[in-house]
Design a protein around this ligand. Structure first.
Ligand code: HEC
Length: 98
């Protein structure tokens, strides 16, 4: 019985980190899993704390850009702040700032 529970939670964790568990009955405190992370740093943030953690990373990116004299907002790279769909420049702009 114990083993089965362990297996179940391991399987769940694996699914979760692949972003296959969307919605469900996650409580408000659970981080929202990422939907399309590909870069190692972004993926690491996703694994640590889902989209909430990525947002922190992205804020640091915006600050870094500002420090370098480039005015940048979330919407410079995302079409919206719900699905975080990327603009065509997003990937190229993000890489040097990570
Ligand atoms: C310089 C461009 C750029 C800026 C500015 C930027 N993002 Fe991103 N963001 C990206 C790219 C590119 C990805 C996808 C990264 C990947 O594929 O690993 C991403 C991914 C994300 C994700 C993960 C989406 C998912 O579920 O896969 C979140 C959440 C996010 N950004 C939020 C923000 C927020 C909030 C801000 C403002 C504080 C912001 N971003 C500013 C380029 C940017």
């Amino acid at each position: 019985m114990k083993l089965r529970m362990l297996l179940t939670s391991t399987a769940f964790a694996a699914l979760f980190s692949f972003g296959l568990v969307l919605g469900g009955d996650a409580s408000a405190e659970d981080p929202k899993p990422c939907v399309a992370a590909t870069l190692p740093k972004v993926k690491a943030a996703c694994e640590k704390g889902g989209q909430a953690e990525v947002k922190k990373l992205m804020k640091a990116v915006v600050d870094k850009a500002k420090a370098a004299g480039k005015e940048m907002k979330c919407l410079s790279c995302h079409k919206d702040l719900k699905a975080f769909e990327q603009t065509p420049n997003a990937m190229d702009d993000l890489k040097p700032l990570l």
